[in-house]
Design a protein around this ligand. Structure first.
Ligand SMILES: *Cc1c(COP(=O)(O)O)cnc(C)c1O
Length: 403
């Protein structure tokens, strides 16, 4: 008998759970897009988006997903033939670099594997070697959603400065915005972006690009920013229509307004970071107990060993041979949808079944995290996966503040 009927939980790293309030805000007829309340509502989103990214500079909204943000940010800051440096901690850097190459931008990868942090010193070293300043940008994924490794953007900026190199620092904050601490201006990030469907709890369909004056100066030499992608008319639209270069994403705007009310005005961005931090620590505590058992080689473990570089929004798990089985058991028997493993083994290789991911971004509470962990605990038991005991006690103690 399956125990799945009843409330379902989606614990994949994007799209994330959409709060009922956001769904209700979107359930309405189409508005007038030329005059009326939608205009002011759209204006009101910009300062709140900047508050989430912690920037006083510019914010633009594109109708699109993360891939659109990749293209928009590259188009406004590069000319065909430019070289960019791409430190890599997982598969999302590969995707970003591919988009760059398709636009005629040359890429140089700096691969740190799938489990370790980017080494800021190695980035600094490469920039020092680039005496002619051929490298125009360093493209850093803040949280790689496949490996769940988080980059230290502040340390990377410090290395770029110490090398005396003018490269722009771009940060892909798709998985981190609203979840992991992100301070664009304080950390010296020149271009940052995210979509609305992860930490911002809104159905996929909008992408946000934040940029500072240095990045906007690069716009002057760019020959890739075509009519639709050009960020300037969107940032200071002389008429409303220019915000989106066409019809706006009407219902998404209502949804985002509600989500930003929750995140910025009710909970507060820093409190939301702290909530994600506590939930992630509870998860880490549970895994530390599960990993602690006497059966050698059984191999359930968090992909990232160093807690200091683990994302607070997504967690990649290694469970050789049984990762897919556990994920399917949780879905079919319990109503919990976990994320597939991504980019950890070559496409089609059976080793790829040895991974899964847990999304804990956005609309996630203590009780939903405990439900997710308890469900995984049941799955380990049902499938006979060797595991240590006390995981749920350990997670509960973190949430209770007694750990
Ligand atoms: C989700 C994600 C993307 C891609 O977003 P899409 O909306 O699927 O195009 C890019 N980068 C990171 C880090 C992501 O988590």
């Amino acid at each position: 008998m399956s125990l799945a009927p009843g409330p379902q939980t989606l614990a994949i790293p994007g799209p994330s759970i959409i709060p009922d309030r956001v769904l209700r805000a979107m359930h309405r007829p189409s508005p007038n897009i030329y005059v009326g309340p939608l205009i002011d509502l759209t204006h009101s989103l910009i300062p709140d988006l900047k508050a989430v990214a912690r920037t006083e500079h510019q914010a633009t909204i594109y109708i699109g997903n993360g891939h659109a943000a990749w293209e928009a940010s590259l188009a406004n800051t590069h000319a065909r033939g430019d070289l960019v440096l791409v430190p890599r901690t997982g598969t999302f850097a590969d995707g970003w670099a591919e988009v760059a190459r398709c636009m005629g931008i040359r890429t140089e990868m700096l691969d740190f594997g799938n489990r370790a942090a980017m080494d800021p010193a190695a980035i600094g070293q490469r920039l020092r070697e680039d005496k002619a300043h051929e490298i125009k940008s360093v493209l850093c994924v803040h949280v790689d959603t496949s490996s769940s490794v988080r980059a230290d953007l502040k340390a990377i900026r410090a290395e770029i400065d110490a090398a005396g190199h003018p490269a722009l620092l771009h940060a892909d904050c798709m998985a981190s915005l609203g979840c992991d601490e992100m301070r664009m201006d304080d950390w010296g990030v020149d271009v940052a972006f995210a979509g609305c469907q992860k930490g911002l709890m809104t159905p996929a369909g909008m992408a946000f690009v934040f940029y500072n004056d240095r990045a906007d100066r690069a716009r002057d030499r760019s020959d890739l920013a075509t009519f639709y992608w050009d960020w300037r008319p969107r940032t200071t639209p002389e008429i409303y229509f220019r915000y989106f270069q066409g019809t706006g994403p009407t219902h998404h705007l209502y949804g985002l307004r509600e989500a930003l009310d929750m995140l910025v005005h009710e909970e507060g961005v820093e409190t939301a970071w702290a909530r994600h931090g506590t939930l992630a620590r509870a998860l880490h505590a549970a895994f530390a107990r599960w990993e602690d058992h006497d059966t050698p080689g059984a191999g359930l473990e968090l992909n990232v060993r160093d807690p200091a570089i683990r994302s607070h929004a997504v967690t990649a798990v290694r469970l050789p041979e049984a990762g897919t089985k556990l994920r399917l058991w949780c879905e079919d028997e319990m109503g919990l949808t976990l994320g597939i493993g991504l980019g950890m083994a070559p496409h089609g290789d059976p080793a790829g079944d040895g991974f899964f991911r847990i999304g804990h971004m956005g609309h996630v509470s203590g009780h939903s995290m405990l439900g997710t962990l308890a469900t995984i605990d049941a799955g380990l038991k049902a499938l006979g996966v060797p595991h240590g005991s006390g995981a749920l006690d350990a997670a509960a103690a973190v949430m209770a503040g007694t750990a």
